[in-house]
Design a protein around this ligand. Sequence first.
Ligand SMILES: N[C@@H](CCC(=O)N[C@@H](CS)C(=O)NCC(=O)O)C(=O)O
Length: 290
Amino acid sequence: MVRLADSEVRTREVLGWKGLHLFHHPISSCSQKVRIFLNIKGVKWESHIVDLAATANMDEWYLGINPRGLVPALVHDGEVHIESNDVLLHLERAFPQPCLLPDDQFGAIGKLLHHEDELHLDLRSLSLRFVFNPASNPKTPEVLDRYARSGSGLLNGARDLGKEEQMRFWRNYAREGVTDETVRLSVARFRAEFDELERRLAMQFFLMGDSLTVLDIAWFIYVNRLTVAGYPVARLHPRLHGWFSSLQARPEFAAEVALPPGLAQHVERTRALHAADATTLVDIAGLGPH
Ligand SMILES: N[C@@H](CCC(=O)N[C@@H](CS)C(=O)NCC(=O)O)C(=O)O
């Protein structure tokens, strides 16, 4: 579990905060995951939006809460928890009802969540190219330098490799954007995972059996983002699509993934431009019907 030692929280004021405070962003997939979880648990929390487009996550103040500069981050009665899956594990302990992580599935779900987290940079690459498609890169060299210099760079007393991974990702993105080769690799990784989920759903209604668990919430978010990016989930993984649609019909899920109208239009425009020169996700990854 990634809980910061109090001495590592440089934005000291949050140590005195009572209750649940979530630092998040409406469109961030990991934030959506935690918000759906909180909706299902029915607990009250206070919202602190971190403006990712304005790179507020790379400011000294926020790095004093999450030294990796990522959302979400949770402050619970003055304790700082980062990494969305660890936040969920903490919340499950604090609010056990309704149960989303049965004791007898703790190990298996933990492993599968770790697996999901490993695909996060693939999700980000595909989102950048096919969903956000920014006109210019908000992570300018100045912002990245500030990010590198700010914050402790330490987590639980050790040099934080997580921040270094973020630096590598953004420096690479500044150099070459998201290349076709990256698209192909990332899509192939998702396709393999989705095939595995499709197999699971042949035998059961939810990913771990007959009850909804945190694993369904985690993968729902990824399937949602890939669908928005243009991945043909319904055609390639019909059972996964059915599972996704049934979750999407629930208000606790739907409310958190609804695209703001401005972004929905932007995605449509991007899709039309890509379709015109045969550079949609389906075109590049070779997923078209042959
Ligand atoms: N492994 C992390 C990943 C968090 C992450 O990458 N969050 C994204 C939003 S979904 C973020 O904060 N990106 C920072 C940025 O865009 O600069 C977690 O699960 O919390």
